[in-house]
Design a protein around this ligand. Sequence first.
Ligand code: TYM
Length: 328
Amino acid sequence: MTRVLSCIQPTGDVHLGNYLGALRNWVNGQHEKDVYHGIVDLHALTVTTESGVVGESTVSLAAMLFAIGLDPDVATIFVQSHVPEHSQLGWVMECTVSFGELSRMTQFKDKSAKRETDFVAAGLFTYPALQAADILLYDANEVPVGDDQRQHIEITRDIAIRFNSRFGETFVVPEAVTPAAGARVMDLQAPTSKMSKSADSDAGCVFLLDDPKAIEKKFKRAVTDSESEVRYSVTEKPGVSNLLDILAAAGGGTPAQLAEEYAQYGLLKADAASAVIAMLEPVQHRYRELMNDPGELQRLLNIGASKAQEQASATLNRAYEAIGLLPR
Ligand code: TYM
């Protein structure tokens, strides 16, 4: 059976980019594939220094993952720090990747540049090694992610291939899986930048928990261009194309076909907002129910941790044996 693994950081609220680019793909196929999904709290430490924040976000993110439709009876949902093998294999990965390879990661360059005079944790640099451990521990064949994570999956493949050639066949070499529409959702205010929780303002970022009025307002104010023709061209018309992408991902159809149905930007914005509101309504309802029962969430995460650890410890032992570390 195909094994699927993907993860998300508990840093702030989940947005439309996370959902359309990755999370929705996590739900699809969970009954046909063997799926593992992690809330990667240790990754969040690269940018969080305040006490208590990560734990709270972890619970809320767990509720969101179940609210979007991940079924705890079939999907293994776990918290990264509950499975210490991630950190253990993370070190082995750091010794299997080079300084030069890590230096080429665009996410590190972007994030460290944004932090300017702020504290730049060494973990921000070595981050892809821990991400490689997250993936390789589960023998994952597929990693459903948004476009921005492709480079991290590529480096994971390189690390797996290098380890296998040094120490013998140990890891499955994974592949990134991205959706046809929604792989790169852009900021509504700055449509040449990806939608992100770390943007300067929330005006261009639609959160899954935004109420309908807020969603309408964000779409109404979306930046387009000075023309009036609705046409799909990501390079020439990034704002309009982003709206078409979102409408296609939320309501069906392809962006190019949908472009032909609209003569004005105003109607396109209104329909994109309505499609997103309709898509999120049941998710928000279920999220509120789940957040009222933190004991149940904890119970589900404990089950996930045990299942995840069983797989992770077997792979870590295999890696240690392949290297030839002295058994105790
Ligand atoms: P994170 O937490 O930033 O995002 C979670 C997922 O959302 C996708 N995504 C987007 N997709 C489309 N458009 C956007 N604007 C957008 N913004 C975010 C991301 O591609 C991602 O799939 N490094 C990862 C977390 C991670 C991970 C892993 C992922 C750690 N270990 C192992 C896969 C496998 C990250 O920071 O994602």
